[in-house]
Design a protein around this ligand. Sequence first.
Ligand SMILES: Cc1cc2nc3c(=O)[nH]c(=O)nc-3n(C[C@H](O)[C@H](O)[C@H](O)COP(=O)(O)OP(=O)(O)OC[C@H]3O[C@@H](n4cnc5c(N)ncnc54)[C@H](O)[C@@H]3O)c2cc1C
Length: 468
Amino acid sequence: MSDVAVATNLAEEAVAALRGQIRGELIKPGDPQYEQARKVYNAMIDKRPALILHCADVADVISAVNFARDQHLTVAVRGGSHNGPGFGTVDDGLVIDLSQMRGIRVDPVDKTVRVEGGCVWGAVDHATHPFGLAVPSGFLSTTGVGGLTLGGGIGYLSRKYGLSLDNLLSADIVLADGRFVTASPTENADLFWAVRGGGGNFGVVTSFLFKGSPVHTVYGGPIIWPMEVAADLIHFWQDLILSAPEDLNGWFAFITVPPVAPFPEQYHLKKMCAIVWCYTGKLEDGEAAFKPIRQFSPPAIDFAGPIPFPALQSMFDGLYPAGLQWYWRADFFDRFNDKAIDLHAKYGAQLPTMHSTMHIYPINAAAHRPGAQDTAWGYRKANFSQVMVGVDPDPANNQRMIAWAKDYWTALHPYSLGGGYVNMIMDEGEAGVKSAYGDNYARLAQVKAKYDPTNFFHVNQNIKPAVT
Ligand SMILES: Cc1cc2nc3c(=O)[nH]c(=O)nc-3n(C[C@H](O)[C@H](O)[C@H](O)COP(=O)(O)OP(=O)(O)OC[C@H]3O[C@@H](n4cnc5c(N)ncnc54)[C@H](O)[C@@H]3O)c2cc1C
């Protein structure tokens, strides 16, 4: 018997039969590629799957799902592998890795973008930019389209064009029974509702059809202030963002200035506060739009100006390569009162490592247009999504940065709306998932019972099938 068959009691003939069906690469423990293939973005996650299939196409995904079901193997689905708790991998199971399925087709006439299930956002930006189009995504270009869209999708364009999932027109999905279906407003509408926020609970999405929106060069980038103005800056920024035109977006961050160019040397390794801006209005209006921001208090560092959207989107990729230790905690907020802002100033000044950070993302304006029940994303009244992120290359610092993230989150949580963004929580169990979905959880459980009654897809922020 082969290593994998011995390790997992898999029938060798079944593995050989799978190999005969697929075009992609099947990797098992002991193969030279295995150690690299089993890694996910968060180096805190260290799992050893029985098999990893780099699917070449939809047929491979169907074969993989049928194989895992017949062999009673646990399945993890991997898009961009950025998931914090590491749901893109699993011990002793089968990883359906979509990273080779990265075709993109832009239709400049219909202004739509067809994206295969394993693409990362940088590839989408690359494909759409020459057509003067963009799909709302996140704040880094290396994140997967799959996980980010299925859980929400908060980014530079949220205030102008909504969340990523608000721009989804349809999705092709391989279900737990191996069937291939399309979910859209007119086909399997209940499934279409659920995948817009319900994560990977319902099947493997092999391709997404998005609406593209007109975006090319924007006025944006980070503006950085000394830590001393943190509380005043949050007050100023909050009021601004709650009433700003939809063209203006800016997320707040506590940062440690990296000790590299182009950051001026006198600020290297200083803890500071930043707002990273994206203004999608007319470029010639950019300076005027930023005048009150620059007048609030003189910035220490000002990198805002005209920038192609893909450059803004990938600006922080180099700072956060794969292979760092990650731990995060999240909550939604209506607004931050004086007490909450004081707590932010206190914990922001205690960032435990150079990469650790705290972000507050605006999710008002266009992201408020759909109703709370229109998609599975239920927090349409929230104005802000907040995340405390402990990050460091060295596992020796894990305890310290996890303690900081937990203490900070615990201090702010009483001021929150009660749940956190499903894509930015760790493995916090059923309670975490339920609070992330709020009133939409019960309906999600019904749809889960219809499309995945055995909870075959459970390596995710799991929605348990409703008992009928
Ligand atoms: C550095 C970094 C930056 C981030 N920035 C942002 C941001 O700006 N905005 C934001 O909203 N979020 C952001 N996130 C959070 C991100 O949305 C989640 O981590 C998300 O889970 C990543 O998706 P992925 O495809 O890369 O991850 P994966 O680990 O591959 O998958 C995540 C989950 O989605 C499922 N999944 C992925 N693809 C598919 C598919 N095609 N079909 C079915 N299920 C699938 C997986 O099974 C898993 O449960 C960021 C995360 C990181 C680590």
